[in-house]
Design a protein around this ligand. Structure first.
Ligand code: ADP
Length: 435
């Protein structure tokens, strides 16, 4: 390790040099001439060393510095030390990049690094196999020129990489790939592509299975229901136990029918490909009908139900789905709020879209349940939900409907005070000039 020569030592050497020149000046009896010659020699020596330094820096192929006396020795060693430090840093950086590349090569996913202009910087072996990229030929080419799926191009342009997308593989339409983009470094993006064909196939099978089973169960249940209704009307003169059994069977088969209906609605919404921008829904008249249905349901509970509806606010969407979502929320508030409660239904414009909320002053829901409420068959109080005839699918249906309409479902609740279930349909869905 070299340390810079101290200033006092350099100054001392300079003073000695001048002193010797002065002595020579005294000896030859011309101090000025002696000093001038001494300074000229000093300047010349320094110029020679500057020239050697420049030559070494720009022309020499060797790393080791030329030998030089005094302060020049320290300058050379200092530059040499800096160069060595930079070389080590470059080496470490190179090893880091190598390790990253080796790690990415070992991944079972396709990995592509792209810059802020969507140009490919690097891709791993799986990206070459699965996405058909060629390396290094595709280096610097735009990724959307090579993966030309419109959904992927839209995803890339939108720049919202919060969620991944699933689209068919570019090299094999029978495979489904999940594309996930993430910020990488300051202005680079990392694209990770994963084969999810098996998962999406299983998901499809699950949806089909639920839809088919529900559909197949509907017919025998209708027959059982029909016979039970006939039996119910002709059992006045039989034993009370038989009467009770028949009425209980009737109630349970009604529950099963409601459950199957909800399962069918859910699977229809899940696989719905209906376009949401095609039809304008007259929401005020839908709320008028829901108001009448709520009043009928409210006969026993005697809640005060207020509908605050913006009569000019219509939206684009799928009517059956939005009706199902709104009615589920309103009917839940009626069912789960203790008698003579207060329920508010709000439908109004907001800066970010159309806002719908159902606010009740019921018992509220504990925090620990809130996150799980939209899961299928999740119920806070199973016994109570069963009594209300609830299937546990209502909020799950709401969540899927809102997902289809690009809206987020919000649930706020305070134990003992009440709950607020709300969503905002995005501004693009608000139908302007529709009175
Ligand atoms: P269910 O068919 O059982 O009503 P949901 O999915 O509609 O199923 O609701 C799930 C659970 O959320 C219900 O079982 C109930 O415990 C709770 N819940 C829903 N709405 C309310 C509300 N307004 N107040 C209190 N609890 C509610």
């Amino acid at each position: 390790m070299y340390y810079p020569q101290s200033w006092s030592r350099t100054a001392k050497r300079f003073c000695v040099y001048i002193f010797v020149s002065l002595l020579i000046g005294l000896y030859i009896d011309n101090i000025t001439l002696a000093l001038l010659i001494a300074l000229a020699v000093l300047l010349l020596v320094n110029y020679v060393h500057l020239y050697r330094l420049t030559k070494w820096l720009w022309q020499s192929r060797t790393m080791s510095p030329p030998s030089a006396p005094g302060i020049w020795h320290h300058i050379y060693e200092g530059v040499y030390h800096l160069q060595r430090r930079n070389r080590n840093k470059r080496k470490n950086l190179g090893q880091l990049v190598k390790r990253f590349r080796e790690g990415s090569e070992a991944l079972p996913d396709a990995v592509v690094v792209i810059d802020s202009n969507a140009r490919i910087i690097w891709c791993n072996r799986n990206a070459r196999i699965e996405l058909g990229l060629r390396w290094p030929d595709d280096n610097g080419r735009r990724i959307d020129n090579l993966i030309r799926n419109p959904e992927f191009v839209e995803y890339l342009e939108a720049g919202n990489f919060q969620y991944p997308i699933e689209i068919p593989a570019p090299t094999n339409p029978f495979k489904t790939f999940e594309y996930r983009m993430m910020q990488y470094g300051e202005d680079q993006l990392l694209l990770i592509v994963r084969d999810v064909s098996r998962v999406s196939h299983l998901e499809e099978m699950r949806k089909d299975f639920v839809a088919n089973v529900s559909h197949e169960l509907k017919t025998p249940l209708t027959v059982i229901n029909g016979y039970l209704e006939v039996l119910e009307s002709s059992v006045e003169d039989t034993q009370p136990i038989v009467q009770k059994a028949i009425s209980e069977m009737g109630a349970q088969s009604q529950r099963m029918r409601a459950l199957i209906e909800d399962l069918l609605i859910l699977s229809r919404i899940e696989s719905s490909s209906e376009r949401i921008f095609e039809k304008v829904i007259d929401m005020p008249s839908m709320f008028k009908q829901l108001n009448a249905e709520a009043a009928a349901l409210n006969k026993d509970k005697q809640h005060k139900i207020e509908f605050n509806i913006d009569q000019d606010l219509c939206v684009y969407g799928v009517e059956t789905e939005l009706r199902s979502a709104c009615s589920n929320l309103i009917f839940n508030a009626i069912h789960y709020t203790p008698n003579q409660g207060h329920i508010q239904v709000i439908w109004k414009r907001r800066a970010n879209g159309a806002y719908f909320a159902v606010i009740d002053n019921g018992e509220g829901i504990e925090d620990k349940h809130l996150r799980r409420l939209t899961e299928r068959f999740y119920r806070v109080d199973k016994a109570r939900s069963r009594k209300t005839g609830g299937s546990g699918l209502g909020l799950s249906i709401v969540k899927h409907v809102l997902h289809h309409h690009n809206a987020n479902f919000e649930i706020e609740s305070t134990l003992g005070k009440g709950s607020e279930f709300s969503f905002v349909l995005p501004q693009e869905l608000v139908a302007e000039n529709n009175n």
